[in-house]
Write a protein that binds this ligand. Structure first.
Ligand code: GLN
Length: 281
């Protein structure tokens, strides 16, 4: 069998995945250790029995619902190729909006930045890659994810990032950051979409946050004011129906210039605000 014939297996995924063809290409690239351009330029390459068999096994796991990123162990995010494992959420394209928005802010050249619940390290590493003079701290609760983020950091050869275990602010020494970012868990405990698609394979601790999905957002918005410099920014990702509630939490905590940005599907996805110290008496 040749590459183009094997990729016709994508039809078996059509009813399960919006990206059936891409999924199959990524699985085959992983097995052949080539990039997608290779598949396009060598569609007539003959495949060994062993590769065909391995492909079949991966395809069956994909048909059973496992996310491609877990099958191949990596996910592209921003300009990076990140290792992923079932210890962490798979980085989403929506989260690139958070990176993009953070890079547009007017911030000191040598900003101190904090990423809460970094998972694979996606946000922290993307920011550190773009701004080599920023010093980025990234914390994460799950030990498996902390290790993974450190491996990703080493692969990116970044010297301006430190990663350690902490439950939100618990282990962070009191200090002032110019920017705090987070993609926390924000799904409602009984949200029906938790039983569908890729999220079934992702850790609940990275997805679910109380009856309204706001438990962690509430905590980190309230606590971040103690860790922000005067004029510092907080930026969080949230569910598309949580914009108004999140803006209110920002305002209650004393943030100004509170604003929500829409993702590529025109859904409210990122809220940011600026913290100014209350005037001295
Ligand atoms: N956006 C993700 C989803 O809906 C959830 C990510 C999160 O909870 N931080 O699948």
């Amino acid at each position: 069998m040749i590459i183009s014939q094997l990729l016709q297996s994508a039809v078996q995924l059509n009813h399960l995945s919006d990206t059936a063809r891409l999924d199959c290409e990524l699985l085959l690239c992983y097995l052949l250790n080539v990039d997608r351009t290779y598949l396009k330029t060598r569609p007539d390459r003959e495949l060994t029995e062993a590769v065909q068999e391995q492909f079949q096994q991966l395809l069956e796991r994909r048909i059973a619902g496992e996310p491609v990123a877990y099958l191949i162990g990596t996910q592209g995010f921003w300009t990076l190729d990140l290792k992923v494992s079932p210890d962490t959420l798979i980085p989403r394209p929506e989260t690139e909006l958070l990176v993009e928005t953070a890079l547009e802010l007017e911030l000191p050249e040598q900003s101190k930045v904090l990423d809460l619940g970094t998972g694979t390290g996606a946000i922290a590493l993307a920011l550190a890659t773009e701004q080599s003079r920023w010093r980025v701290s990234a914390v994460e609760l799950m030990p498996g994810a902390v290790e993974l983020a450190k491996v990703n950091c080493q692969h990116c050869q970044l010297e301006n990032v430190e990663i350690f275990q902490s439950h939100w602010f618990a282990e962070i020494a009191l200090q002032q950051f110019d920017l705090i970012v987070s993609n926390p868990p924000y799904i409602e405990t009984d949200d029906a979409h938790l039983t569908q698609g890729d999220v079934r394979f992702e850790p609940a601790s990275a997805l679910v946050s109380g009856p309204q999905g706001l438990d962690d957002l509430r905590l980190l918005i309230a606590q971040s004011v103690d860790y922000l410099a005067d004029g510092g920014w907080l930026m969080v990702e949230h569910g598309y129906q949580q914009g108004a509630a999140v803006r209110e939490l920002f305002e209650q905590a004393g943030f100004g210039l509170v604003e929500t940005r829409l993702d590529l599907n025109s859904l409210e996805r990122i809220t940011l605000g600026r913290y100014s110290l209350p005037p001295a008496h």
